[in-house]
Design a protein around this ligand. Structure first.
Ligand code: AKB
Length: 340
């Protein structure tokens, strides 16, 4: 990554979340454990005091509540980061239950981080989401530039974040960059509180019980991406030549789009006995129906060379291969359930 000064560390907020749990180890592999300072609102169980273990490496760790501008400013002035990966956020379903907190964490937190970046000269990555679109957005082939009138608080905070990042870039010259992520599928960390969580839960339940009860209707189509692609997208965007970036906050990126029914059919290729049952949760169904069915990510592909590696089949095969031995070790399961 282009860093203004190699002695300046990379700072990550929300390091223990779904994205952070895999981005932090990837940053450690790329830039070394000494270059990474992880933060989150609470200390992880691993590590002690001022350190935490991510993957097989120990890095400096600080407790940081991004909602508090003083704390953010203090940490940023103290460590003088070259880049801040600002990942602390509430996901869509939790945000809908706690809209005031969602605004504080997602919008105020991003503002605090941008202010700290302006003061310290740090570059900033902020993830956006398919949630930055709304019911009036074209749902198929959703363009990079289109109507953004989300009707969820999560979406409102994501559009706010995109606009704030663009503002800090044009007004103060802060090098801000972002990606509009689809549902992220990972075997490492549980997502927790999102509308696309079903696409992770389905794999564990398939291996545990040979069945899954989905909270979205079987034909609900949404964009998805396997986590290794998502991590690579973040690193490649942050390393991209700024001269080539006509957009910044935030780029549409996707890998494949699928329904719960299609995901179940793919799992059945490996586990013919697997069954899917849908018990629709009206809140999450409503959220999903306000989001794109498939985004057009050609701007990311042409401006900085984005390419996904994992389609639906590759994602399902890799998820099952990683989860099968872990689920088989779970004490309450019979061998049959996880044997595949
Ligand atoms: C969620 O479901 O809330 C997230 C997202 C699509 O941003 N995974």
């Amino acid at each position: 990554m282009r860093t203004p000064n190699s002695k300046q560390p990379i700072l990550i907020t929300g390091a223990m979340g779904q994205l952070g749990s895999e981005l932090v180890p990837a940053l450690i592999r790329r830039y070394g454990p000494g270059s990474v300072i992880a933060t989150d609102i609470r200390h992880p169980e691993t590590g002690h005091g001022s350190t935490a273990v991510f993957g097989d490496a120990e890095v400096e760790f600080r407790v940081l509540d991004c909602v508090d501008p003083q704390q953010v400013g203090h940490v940023a002035t103290d460590v003088k980061p070259s880049v801040i990966f600002h990942l602390a956020a509430l996901l869509s379903a939790v945000a809908e239950r706690r809209p005031q907190l969602a605004w504080q964490v997602n919008a105020q937190g991003t503002f605090n981080v941008l202010e700290a970046a302006r003061e310290t000269g740090a570059r900033v990555f902020v993830p956006s989401s398919i949630a930055a679109f709304g019911p009036s957005t074209p749902r198929d082939g959703t363009p990079q530039e289109t109507l953004q009138r989300p009707d969820t608080i999560y979406g409102v905070t994501k559009v706010t974040g995109e606009l704030l990042c663009d503002y800090y870039h044009s007004r103060f010259g802060v090098d801000t960059r972002g990606l509009r992520f689809p549902g992220l599928i990972s075997h490492v960390a549980e997502p927790g509180g999102g509308t696309t969580d079903y696409a992770v839960e389905i794999f564990r339940d398939a291996l545990r019980y040979s069945s899954y009860q989905c909270f979205l209707a079987e034909d609900t189509r949404l964009d998805m991406m396997y986590m290794p692609d998502a991590i690579r997208a973040v690193l490649e965007l942050m390393e991209a030549d700024p001269e080539r970036l006509r957009h910044r906050n935030a780029f549409n990126v996707t890998a494949f789009s699928c329904t719960p029914g299609e995901l179940a059919a793919e799992i059945r290729q490996h586990m013919p006995e697997f069954t899917l049952r849908c018990e629709v949760d009206p809140v999450r169904q409503g959220i999903a129906e306000s989001w794109p069915r498939s985004m057009d990510d050609s701007e990311a592909r042409s401006q900085w060379g984005w390419r996904h590696e994992y389609g639906l089949a590759e994602t399902a095969a890799d998820m099952l291969a990683h989860l099968r031995p872990r689920v088989a070790r779970e004490p309450h399961l019979s061998h049959g359930a996880a044997g595949g």
